[in-house]
Design a protein around this ligand. Structure first.
Ligand code: ADP
Ligand code: MG
Length: 238
């Protein structure tokens, strides 16, 4: 069985169906990109995996465990959003250590592990800084360290690069990939940017209007689009 298995997943808000009949599997260590235009349901699907949205139908399995109804904090999933949800009144070290303290790990141990993650994202020396003293790219690296510190089974990234300027975006993109490979971390990355998806992914799940319209390796999606939507969405590769 695959490491992650999602079957017949559906989510509605009132009368509005955001997605339905979503099916996919992900192998351990794969880098998957959910790619699609704004409003197609990427964030809602990611939040459903994280447990931040309840789903209306279907199942989510991780490592042979049905987590469809599991509380978010018990899913062992790390998440990074577009805008850094850091605690403004906490230092970098305390922001990163927070998740471990919540799990009851003692302060000394939590700080030592947090320090290791801060080194991993190449922010050593910034431990005592506050978020406001950091650049946008640095804040996203703190958010990444904070997501990784609890050793999640899956890392979910919702447009983590979108708010950054081009140069920072490229370097952080590479850094995310390096860390993902190093940790063999099963990752679902959300973007509306085809170039990002092409460069990062083992496989792309291309979404449109609440459905995954094609799943495959970047080169296959690019060279063998399943329909006109895929062709036109992938066609402007810049
Ligand atoms: P994407 O991330 O691909 O841009 P979203 O998942 O944010 O798309 O949104 C998909 C659709 O679901 C949109 O039509 C959006 O308006 C709707 N939606 C998302 N969250 C909510 C909510 N909390 N209540 C009502 N509608 C929502
Ligand atoms: Mg979104």
């Amino acid at each position: 069985m695959s490491y992650v298995k999602v079957s017949q997943l559906a989510k509605r808000f009132g009368d509005v169906t955001v997605f339905e009949e979503i099916d996919f599997t992900i192998e351990k260590g794969e880098f998957i990109t959910l790619l699609g235009p704004s409003g197609c349901g990427k964030s809602t699907l990611l939040r459903s995996l994280a447990g931040l949205n309840q789903v209306d139908a279907g199942e989510i399995w991780v490592d042979q465990e049905n987590i469809t109804k599991t509380a978010p904090q018990s899913r062992e999933i790390g998440m990074v959003f577009q805008s850094y949800a850091l605690f403004p009144n906490m230092t970098v070290l305390d922001n990163v250590a927070f998740g471990l303290k919540m799990k009851g790990i003692n302060k000394t141990e939590a700080r030592a592990e947090a320090k290791r993650m801060i080194d991993l994202v190449e922010l050593d020396g910034k431990e005592q800084f506050y978020p406001r003293e950091l650049s946008g790219g640095q804040r996203q690296r703190v958010a990444l360290a904070r997501a990784l510190v609890v050793k999640p089974r899956i890392l979910l990234l919702d447009e983590p690069l979108s708010a950054l300027d081009a140069k920072i975006r490229k370097s952080l993109r590479q850094q995310i990939l390096t860390i993902q490979r190093e940790l063999n971390l099963t990752t679902v990355f959300v973007t509306h940017d085809q170039e990002e998806a092409m460069l990062l992914s083992d496989r792309i799940f291309l979404m449109n209007q609440g459905a995954i319209v094609q799943q495959g390796k970047p080169e296959d999606i690019y060279t063998k689009p399943a329909n006109e939507f895929v062709a036109s969405f992938m066609g402007h590769y810049n």
